[in-house]
Design a protein around this ligand. Structure first.
Ligand code: SF4
Ligand code: SF4
Length: 450
């Protein structure tokens, strides 16, 4: 099945610093890059060498379960790269060919890669159930990065990357529009609380640099309001940076250089502002990229890096929270639960903020993806996105009546309303974890309030 995904045009790919390959250059360039990646990404060779086709992971993959397409089963997906790897980089594959699973590049190779590496949410659930620890998400990440080296980039991701280059955020918000939005939000908070709760912008000398999702300034405003109220109540010295208004790092999802470039933006902003602590906002893969990349890729930094949910959980004792009369279910974003060490923190926060916390089943490390993970948020992919969200919808339905689904990740917040509406839950309220902190806080009774 050919993907409905639209690719960026060659000139647009060049605009984000990548070089499209002519048709005849594709095979040699792909093999050269795969060889290079095999050397630099040690885990990739392990993933490609290790699978014994036991099938344990197959029925754990929501992509396979939701689409019913056998090529979405994790071992079949990884085989798309594995067969080429065997053919060119293993002795057995070179000598014995197909009986070892080796196959050469052909006219269908790149279409298949584009289709199936972009129907994998890089959620890593398959790895949890693999007795050998094979993580197909690693293969998907490598596959997408190799495609981008040929200039094959989804139009949606190219647009996000271009916005990042120009403005430091995915939505392309220029500083004047940011300042307007900040002023509006401050007025809202003044009206609600009677307090001058600020969202400081580019304040040099602040202890904390907070990196929000740019969506928090337009579609998820309750998330940034919750964060601002918390900092106000704690009397924290904090700022956002207009140069890096984005926790998400789409580079992780399609190109290594783009990932490093956004990570450098964050480092540079923190260093210029003199922040001692960088707090990442509600974004799952952004947190994964920040943890992976910040020191591993470019050396030691002078600031500490933490996630806002961890910071909030540690400060619960200093916040006056009343429990909201709500039945709230928690969705564990894949990158928190399987790549981010953020499992107990959202639960501790929600228990302090609401009367009833409902667990979806399965949860924690075994959580199902929302179906939008890894940036599959393209409009043209909606039919597939809804299939990818089917397992999550079943989990939510099985939880019975809930007043709010807490999803502390911007991609989940963008995807889940579509999933809920499609599967018969159009009125389900969906939002972040910090949103509820803001709603539950009695600001005048919180320690350290200013
Ligand atoms: S990473 Fe997730 S979507 Fe991709 S193959 Fe594994 S379980 Fe399926
Ligand atoms: S569980 Fe692991 S070894 Fe078994 S088929 Fe899946 S990836 Fe291969």
């Amino acid at each position: 099945m050919k993907s409905p995904m639209r690719l960026a045009k060659a000139e647009d790919v060049r605009a984000i610093g990548l070089a499209p390959a002519a048709e005849e250059e594709r095979k040699p360039r792909l093999l050269a890059k795969l060889k290079e990646l095999r050397g630099s990404m040690r885990s990739l060779a392990v993933m490609l060498d290790t699978c014994v086709k036991c099938g344990n992971c197959v029925r754990q993959c929501h992509s396979y379960l939701g689409t019913g397409d056998p090529l979405n089963a994790p071992p079949a997906r990884a085989d798309l790269m594995r067969k080429l790897y065997r053919r060119h980089f293993t002795l057995a594959g070179r000598l014995l060919g197909r009986i070892t699973g080796a196959e050469d590049f052909d006219a269908q190779t790149l279409d298949a890669w584009l289709t199936y590496f972009y129907q994998c949410n890089e959620c890593r659930r398959c790895a949890v159930f693999c007795p050998l620890g094979v993580d197909t998400a690693e293969v998907t990440i490598a596959g997408r990065h190799l495609l981008s080296e040929l200039g094959m980039v989804p139009r949606f991701m190219q647009q996000v990357a271009l916005n990042l280059q120009k403005t430091g955020n995915n939505m392309g918000i220029p500083k004047p529009a940011l300042l307007d939005s900040v002023e509006f939000l401050q007025c809202e908070m003044l009206e609600e609380t009677g307090l001058a709760v600020k969202i400081p912008v580019d304040q040099a000398g602040s202890e904390i640099l907070y990196i929000p999702s740019s969506a928090d300034f337009f579609t998820n405003v309750d998330t940034i309001i919750g964060v601002a109220k918390m900092f106000h109540a704690l009397g924290a010295s904090w700022t956002i940076s207009s140069a890096v208004l984005e926790a998400a790092n789409f580079g992780l999802l399609f190109n290594d250089s783009a990932m490093r470039a956004h990570n450098r933006r964050m480092r540079q902003a923190a260093e210029e502002l003199g922040a001692e602590l960088v707090l990442q906002g509600e974004c799952g893969h952004g947190w994964r990229a920040a943890r992976l990349c910040t020191e591993a890729a470019s050396g030691p930094v002078r600031f500490r890096l933490m996630h806002v949910l961890d910071y909030t959980a540690r400060n619960l004792g200093r916040l006056a929270l009343r429990r909201l009369s709500m039945r709230v279910a928690l969705h564990d974003p894949c990158n928190y639960a399987r790549a981010g060490d953020l499992i107990d923190e959202p639960r501790r926060i929600l228990r302090a903020c609401v009367e009833e916390l409902v667990e979806l089943a399965p949860n924690r490390e075994e959580t199902f993806c929302c179906g939008g993970g890894s940036g599959i948020l393209m409009d043209e992919m909606m039919e597939i996105r809804l299939k990818l969200g089917k397992k999550k919808a079943e989990q939510i339905q099985a939880a019975g009546r809930i007043d709010y689904l807490a999803a502390g990740c911007s991609i989940c917040k963008a995807q889940l309303p579509h999933v809920a509406a499609h599967y018969g839950m159009p009125d389900l309220a969906i939002g972040g974890v910090m949103d509820l902190v803001g709603k539950a806080m009695d600001m005048n009774r919180s320690t350290g309030g200013v």
